[in-house]
Write a protein that binds this ligand. Sequence first.
Ligand code: PLP
Length: 435
Amino acid sequence: VGGGDAAVIRRASAALPGASLGSFRLPDDLAFAVARGEAGCIWSTSGSRSVDWVMSCGALPLGHAHPEVVAAIEAQARRGASFYQLNEQAIELAEALVRIVPCAEMVKLCGSGSEAMFYALRIARAATGRDVVLKFAGSYLGAHDYGLHDLDQDGAVQTQSAGIPAGVTRDVLVAPFNDLKVAARLVREHGRRLAAIAVEPVQRAIEPAPGFLEGLRDLCDQSGAILVFDEVVTGSRLALGGAQEHYGVLPDLCALGKGLGGGLPLGAVAGRADLLELTAPRAIDTPTPNASTGAAPGPVYMSGSLNGNPLSCAAALATLRVLERDGGVVHLASVGRALRRGLESVAAELGVPLRMIGPDAFPEPVIGLGSATVTDLASYERRDQAASVAFGLELIRRGVFVFPGFKLYPATTHSNDDVDETIMAARGALTAIAG
Ligand SMILES: Cc1ncc(COP(=O)(O)O)c(C=O)c1O
């Protein structure tokens, strides 16, 4: 990665804003485009190999180009890529999710994690007849208007993107993560207007304090709000059935995405049948003289030309099959544990206060926190952000692809060599930033 990629980035920036596909953009001297990926590694268009801990932002639990996922996609592609109609792959995937995800009595498929959270909140508003959503400071619930809100310096709710209507902001409440007292106060004050509490059960890399998720469950039961778990990261990563299986707390609805599709675009809302049934359309009527005819969506509109796309569902089924068969979730965590141990030990040796926070399935290297407990955004922000990001950039310079200052995503196909190579690069990166 590096200088040889400059021409590609120049070319990309003419047609793609910021030569980026989203919100992630590397500095010019490190920017590159990917030519291909295999197992735990990617190769840039100029031929440089990097060990990949970004893994499509966590969407590849089996790593790149897993043979069984590739075979499933190829087989389905030959039978047709999309139908806008019920298909075998979609039915089989919905059945698998009902079996695997504890809250899932029914499932509705969509295109991404963001869409899944957007629809879950729409269903919650429809079911309760209320508008307000309570979320937590520092969480990311996807790219939709409700998700992109946080607290400003003065504790007021603010948007995190231009272009979000003020009316949406009026219906968003934000509490500190792991603070049941504040959440309970907000529920007391706004309970009659509260449609949903929406939470990442592990927020970024911050784990829930004992009793926190249970407390949110109680607050929803008392207020009639819908508990929505954003399991886009935790689903089939923390446990096959997600954080709800791991912590034993049942939401009313959950959003799935990322790893669900095994690298293909896919999201799902799963949960209580009475809630999911709100999205069920009415059958098209046979025309009769005085009756209205035509397609009739359910009370909650949830539809898309590519929903239940058989290619994505085939990739998802192959991914779930491999994860289930090979104890993949345990394997992911063991890769993460090896990485945690290696990075922490090389940092200790060099006298750099680096620590890996979060679960082994998606740990995050942070510098400068000492042994302080991280429970919420405020305690997380005490890290040395500049050093944490600089460490990530230095890793990229040394052939280890990470999202600087962000969590790492182990895959089952990361090899011991990938981990060793990362630890070796970390030695150089930590030496560089310490100097
Ligand atoms: C917790 C969480 N929810 C939702 C999303 C949105 O998913 P997607 O980017 O697939 O739309 C993300 C993506 O990073 C996420 O981390």
